[in-house]
Design a protein around this ligand. Structure first.
Ligand SMILES: C[S@@+](CC[C@H](N)C(=O)[O-])C[C@H]1O[C@@H](n2cnc3c(N)ncnc32)[C@H](O)[C@@H]1O
Length: 174
């Protein structure tokens, strides 16, 4: 049993991975296209050819897939092994044998892990950092991974009525 599994059993962590597995069964082209559109809008670019995209807490892997379809080299990681498996499944389904989409298990709170990743044109972390229990530390850890002139898209989620609103989104200049 991994540390993430132990935390789920203790009720300290939500079992995102099980949710993602259900999500993948219903994933279709329309949903993927919508994810691509949202990245295009947030980043204000049409394509990401040759850009390095880091997906911190990739969850299902949907936004990693969207970035890869837009031409980016993608590195996805998540703390939850089931989320990692979902992201891998997406990669293998849509980009089998791909050498420029890496998927790993890792934590945004693990500075040694982050130190080995290199730098990225876009660091994307949507709905993740507030789940770490150390949101500001997590933010501080990933900011140095962005190249000069690159961009971060952080969105800790805040519920306000029926809406889910983004907080502190920094537009990428690409
Ligand atoms: C709400 S989901 C968001 C997934 C994805 N970013 C998206 O937009 O669909 C939160 C994800 O953060 C991951 N996570 C939680 N703590 C983490 C940590 N310390 N390091 C990396 N990922 C983490 C969870 O396992 C989960 O997959």
């Amino acid at each position: 049993m991994t540390q993430a599994d132990t935390e789920i059993v203790r009720g300290e962590r939500f079992a995102f991975g099980a949710n993602w597995a259900r999500f993948l069964k219903s994933l279709d082209e329309a949903r993927i296209a919508k994810a691509e559109d949202s990245l295009r809008q947030m980043l204000a670019v049409a394509r990401l050819d040759g850009k390095r995209f880091l997906d911190v807490g990739s969850g299902s892997g949907l936004f990693s897939l969207a970035a890869r379809r837009m031409g980016a080299q993608v590195h996805s990681f998540d703390y939850d092994p089931r989320s990692v498996a979902c992201t891998r499944e997406l990669r293998d389904r849509y980009f089998p044998g791909d050498s420029v989409w890496r998927v790993e298990q890792g934590s945004v709170l693990d500075r040694d892990y982050l130190a080995g990743l290199g730098e990225f044109d876009v660091v994307y972390s949507w709905g993740v950092l507030h789940h770490t229990g150390a949101m500001w530390q997590a933010m501080e850890n990933v900011v140095p991974l962005v190249v000069r002139g690159g961009g971060c898209l952080f969105c800790p989620l805040r519920r306000s009525g029926p809406q889910i609103a983004p907080l502190g989104v920094d537009q990428a200049r690409l």
